[in-house]
Design a protein around this ligand. Sequence first.
Ligand SMILES: NC(=O)c1ccc[n+]([C@@H]2O[C@H](COP(=O)([O-])OP(=O)(O)OC[C@H]3O[C@@H](n4cnc5c(N)ncnc54)[C@H](O)[C@@H]3O)[C@@H](O)[C@H]2O)c1
Length: 247
Amino acid sequence: MNDIQRIAIITGAARGIGEAVARRLAAANCTAVITDISDNGEATASKMREEGFQAVFRKMNVADFDNVSAVVKGIAEEFGRVDILVNNAGIRPTKPFEQMTLADWQNVLHINLDGAFNCCSAVLPLMKANHWGRIVSVSSLAAQQGSTGGHTHYAASKAGLLGLTKSLAREYARYGITVNAVSPGWIDTEGWGGALDGKRDEYADRVPVGRLGNGVDVANAVAFLASEEAAYITGINLPVNGGLYIS
Ligand SMILES: NC(=O)c1ccc[n+]([C@@H]2O[C@H](COP(=O)([O-])OP(=O)(O)OC[C@H]3O[C@@H](n4cnc5c(N)ncnc54)[C@H](O)[C@@H]3O)[C@@H](O)[C@H]2O)c1
């Protein structure tokens, strides 16, 4: 629980892991600024408000540098500051490597990795001025293990996030800003769940803890890294995978 109300921007938070993170941070005394390219974020924020949480929606495409700059500037003006950024927005199209075009590759890198660059660039000067900040990026098991079945671009983008995380952690540690990542394993969300249809039990059985993960499992890890208590933890990648990959 944060002592003071923190302003938290969560990208791709209209649904799935991002929504779970927004709820978990709101429960920890944050104002959750739900951002997403989809207008569905408005319904997510409105439902959270009905449940008593502090939540607003701002439409934002993480891949558009100018859009991100403008939206983050507006949030900072409205709320006075930005304390927490969760880089969660991401896509994972499937294409075997030999069929993958440069455009396919660049599209995934652009959203998953450039998107995080754009958001970090927008918030870091604000956090630096306040001498407090938390950035948590949602990477993936694929960054650690590599990916099979047509997700080479995705794995590369998520591994790139870990390099970004480690470098920013070192560069900004002196300013009270921590920069960390989490790497979810198999999380049963709307976006990813389709790939598991008809195979849920089989996949769950392959996870050492005996079940698929859910958004709350990831949100709990993000909330810890975004908390006051995690002030001495920076540059790490925290796997949230039920024991699927232990390094
Ligand atoms: N579900 C899993 O098993 C799993 C595993 C490892 C990592 N992850 C990562 O967790 C994150 C969330 O996954 P999820 O399962 O909740 O996915 P999801 O598809 O359910 O949600 C992703 C959200 O991101 C939004 N989004 C997409 N492109 C965007 C853009 N350009 N700008 C802003 N928002 C955009 C979508 O509209 C959507 O609301 C992703 O980065 C994903 O790579 C998921």
